[in-house]
Structures are given as structure tokens and as C-alpha cells.
Design a protein around this ligand. Sequence first.
Ligand code: G1P
Ligand code: ZN
Length: 541
Amino acid sequence: MKVIKTAAFQDQKPGTSGLRKKVTQFQIPHYLENFVQSIFNAIGDCQGKLLVLGGDGRYYNKNAIQTILKMAAANKFSRVIVGQHGLFSTPAASHIIRKNQAEGGIILSASHNPGGPNGDFGIKYNTSNGGPAPEIVTEAIYEISQNINEYCIVDTENIDLSQIATSKIGEMTINVIDSVQDYADLMQHIFDFSLIKSSVKSGALNLCFDAMHAITGPYAYEIFENRLGMTNAVINGIPLEDFGGGHPDPNLSHAEQLLQTMKSINAPDLGAASDGDGDRNMILGRNFFVTPSDSLAIIAANAHLMREYRQGICGIARSMPTSRAADKVAERMGIECFETPTGWKFFGNLLDANKITICGEESFGTGSDHIREKDGIWAVLFWLNLLAIKKQSVEDIVNQHWKTYGQHYYARHDYEEIDIGKAKDLMQNLEESLTGLPGKTFRGLEIKEAFNFSYTDPVDASVAKNQGIVITLKPDSRIIFRLSGTGTQGATLRVYLESYEPDQTKQGLNTHEVLVPLAAIANDIADIRQRTAREKPSVIT
Ligand code: G1P
Ligand code: ZN
């Protein structure tokens, strides 16, 4: 074992989801090691403990895994469970942590950010409940990283991760396990695979799943093709270190091939995609897009039809910028709908305390209490199971939902890679104007409230402040502004637009057109174009 002297890096503050930087940053000597040692120091005494380790297979995954294994041995973990070839999707890692009652897990991923030598890399720590470390833990890791002056590592050969086998570094056992099987078994336990399978067999149900050359490929082949008998259901299923040069983000801008398939005459009943690390999902019907916020609401409204949730659900949670479609479902069910800050880590306490069963975010994330991460394949299976039960099209299911609960027109406008100083100024300026806004009318719509969202966790009373600026307008619209916490270059301003329409005759219209006035008001209020020097958003989802 070697103790290596090091000096702190100032920029190791975890964001919305772990520490995310350019690969080139992680390649700086000691950069990765410092952060990993900070995680281990935050855990405290690692002696005798079990760690789960795996990543989404992006460039640098292989190097980082070897370093972390050697550091885990030096820090006296008794055992590490690592996915074959160093791979785990984020949801699978969450499941493995829970199943094996591990101390925690390290997941290597920058989620939906592009990969490759010039792309992004990331590292996040999940605690024993299988979920992203809460703020109190990420803060502690950051504090330690600011004063770190040494780390420990065992000087040894690289471990062979290509075979399912058990080996050792010194006293520490390394179990290389199949990355897919446990997770696939969990899915088979939750959903009615025989029903789905028989619908598939009769020709009544088919799927196109786009794995975007990312981690879900092997999971999708096993689950959709092998276990459910859906032939040729998976596209872009071979994981690549740079995701084939693409942007592994399942949305209308990045999953082009899938969109074309879903527009064609032979479109399957369901189209779906997942992101770099397998926690996000996009759901499409034939020539029809389901907003993630609607998908969350529909999943919550129909959960009782699934085997796993047949007793009903105990509560729902959504992140603050997510549309309030789920709130309508909760209201009707007489259960609570919690509004949390952006980021899955805020759902952990609610799930652990059995206050919620289903949760989700507008950013293509949906999940339940089966694990403590959002789960892309779970969401796709939910929809498959729902289609097999209802024998309706995706579009019909969504239309029916709107008729019952009203429609929340919704879009997110992202201004990416803008100057950090300008972005901060914009937010600061907006913040200062808040008190003067209520009562003012913009383009015929009166502002009801204007505030900076803060959240008090109902379980541990921890407070998260400054989580985004919320503007509500009469009769029932919202505009939300916040800066992204996951980017690695410049700043990204996110503007979320939402307008509620209970009138059935005004539902199903073109979302973009319906939201034009709100987009204009957002610009009036925050002076976006002027301040960002951008004529229009870089991405609309
Ligand atoms: C984004 C999403 C957020 C999600 C996170 C991790 O964070 O907006 O909902 O939890 O990625 O997938 P942001 O960049 O907005 O901070
Ligand atoms: Zn992700």
C-alpha cells in the first residue's frame, strides 16, 4: 500500500448528480484519486465494509474502475461487487446496493452528457439505501476534498473484469458479477412478463427501443428480446465508449432515428429511449410524444393495475419544475403530492419513509420505490404492461388522461453554454425584481406569485434554498427559471413553461404554439435575449 501526497483541487463540488467534468480534467494526476479518497474519508472507517462499483462504460470508465478498486483495497473495504467489464446502469447499481446491503456504491457516469476523450466523465456516490448521497453527505465529501493532502492506493496489477469470477487484492475480495441478470429478475418480479409476452406473441404489441449506444443495450436485449420475445426491438444496442459520437440524451432533439421510426407507416406501438447510464426514459406512441410530466402522472394514475403496486400507491413526488399533472392525480386519489427541488437525491427520504411510491422529473426521469434512482427500462416496461392491459394506443391513453384530469401544456427551453457571469447576473436581476412582480400584467396575463423556491425536507427537516425562481400567472400557468447543476461548460439557463388547460375542446393543440405567450413573458421578465446574447434556446424539450 502506498500513501501518496496530494494537493486539493478547488473545483470538486458535486452538482445535481455527482461530480461531473471533462474527461481531460479527470485525467489530471490525482484528480480522480482525491475525490475518491474524499468519499472514503466521508464514509469514515471502511474496514469490513462492502462497496458496489460500476459505470456506464463511457471513455475512462475502465481506467477509473481499476484505480478505485486499488484505492478501496488500500482503504480496507472487505469486499467490492463490480459489474462485469466494470459496467452497471445507474438503476442496476442502485438495486445491487440494496440487494446486498452494501455500505454504498460508486457509479461512474456523466449520465446523458456526451462521452469520449473530449467528452464528459462523472463520479457519484450512492448510500446504503441505493440512492444518490443526500446533500449533507455530498457537502461533507466536498469539505474533505478541499483539505485533502494524501490518499492511499495499493500498488498492484490491474484486475481482470472480463470474467464473472472472484479475486482478491490483499485482504479485499472482488466479486465480478453479471451486470444484467439481477436487475432483469427485479423487473420480471415487478411486471407481468407473461401478459406482455402473450400480447407480443399475438402481434398486438411491439416496441422500438433506442439504447443510444449506451449502457441499456445489454439490459434491453436481455429483457425485451430474450425474456419478452420481442424480435428486433432494440436499436443502437451496442454500448460504445463515445456513444457513437452522439448525445445519449433521450429527447426530441437527440433520438432522431427513433423519431423517424415512430413517424413511419410501420411504426410500432411503443417507442422508447434511455440515456447514457440508463436512468432516463422517453416514451413515444405512433407519431406521438408523451411529455415526461404526463408520463409520471399516467404511471401514478395506473400503478394499481400493475402487480407490484396493486395495493395502491401511498404518495407521489415530483421535482418543482415538473408539470403539476401528477398533482391532479394525487388530488383525486386523496394522497399527497410532494414538490421537491431538482435532482433525484431529494426523493430518497420520502421513499425511505414510505411517504411516496412513485416519483419523477420533467427531465425524462420516472421511478418508484423499487430502487432509489430513476429507472429508464422500468418506465418502458410500465408502458408495455399498461398497453398490454388496456389494449389502447399510447395516444388514446394520454388523451383519455387529459379528459379526466386536464392537460398541462409543457416545455423546457435551455440556453446552453452561456457565459457564467451573464447567467448569474440574469438570475440575480430576476431575484431582485421578484417583489415588484405580483399583480403586474404581461401580455394579458396577471402574475400571481413570484418567489425563489426553497424546500424543507418533511423527513429530516433539512433545508435546500435557492432552488429556482417560480412565477405563477392567472389563471393557471407557471414560468420557472433555474441554472443547471450538471453542465461542464459555461452555464445553462433552463426556462420551464407550463399552462394548464381543463377545457377538453382546447386540448391536444400544438404545444409550441400554445406556449408562445408564456415564452414571450419569460423573456419580458428576465430579458433573456439581451442578457444571454441568444436569439432562441439551444434545445427545447
Ligand atoms: C438535470 C435535470 C434534473 C436531473 C439531473 C440528473 O439537472 O434537470 O432533473 O435530476 O439532470 O439527471 P440540471 O442540469 O437541471 O441541474
Ligand atoms: Zn442519466
